[in-house]
Design a protein around this ligand. Sequence first.
Ligand SMILES: *[C@@H]1O[C@H](CO)[C@@H](O)[C@H](O)[C@H]1NC(C)=O
Ligand SMILES: *[C@@H]1O[C@H](CO)[C@@H](O)[C@H](O)[C@H]1NC(C)=O
Length: 192
Amino acid sequence: MRKTIIIVSSFAIHIILLASIPFTSSQSNDLIDQICKKTPFYDLCSSILNSNPLAPKTDFKGVALVMVNNILTNASDTLNYIESLIKKTTDREMEKALAFCAESYIPVVKYTLPQAADAINQNRFGFASYCISDAVKEVNSCNKKFSGVGMSPLGDRNGIVQKLVDVASAIIKQLLKGLICYLLNLTSFSLV
Ligand SMILES: *[C@@H]1O[C@H](CO)[C@@H](O)[C@H](O)[C@H]1NC(C)=O
Ligand SMILES: *[C@@H]1O[C@H](CO)[C@@H](O)[C@H](O)[C@H]1NC(C)=O
């Protein structure tokens, strides 16, 4: 019993340590580069992270947070845009499609992305990953409403949000994978 407690608390300490491990300065310059290379849209990822003065150059978790907050801003703006189009359009079908998109975006902006940010803050990377994959689904379903219509009334806004959530998803998966590998390695070493 006592041993279990010691093992469990040592795991907890390691998780906390891992989350706060600053990468050494020799690695720091290309941390953003390394992270973005493992996402589907390298240019988008590195332009956002390199242009944001808040993006930490040495902290993986901080980078993930900056990306999620960036999507939140972008998706909120897209939702406002959708709502303004709904007010303007006189086309019934278009209005329906836009309303569908607004319904997809509202939970993403109000709940899913803020929850993902909270989860990253609390080192709950598995839950963060789940939230982001949910956001990916919602944004994709909006996009499908306009496929075949020719020009989407949202222009490339929805497409950008779609790419951003794909990038965030890839970043959080890296965090999760790093954590799991770290814990597995730790376990195998403590068993020896
Ligand atoms: C959304 O993201 C795109 C691509 O990074 C950028 O060009 C655009 O300005 C962003 N919009 C907002 C409101 O942040
Ligand atoms: C696994 O743990 C050992 C001992 O702590 C360490 O030397 C090694 O670099 C670790 N490997 C990985 C892939 O983290």
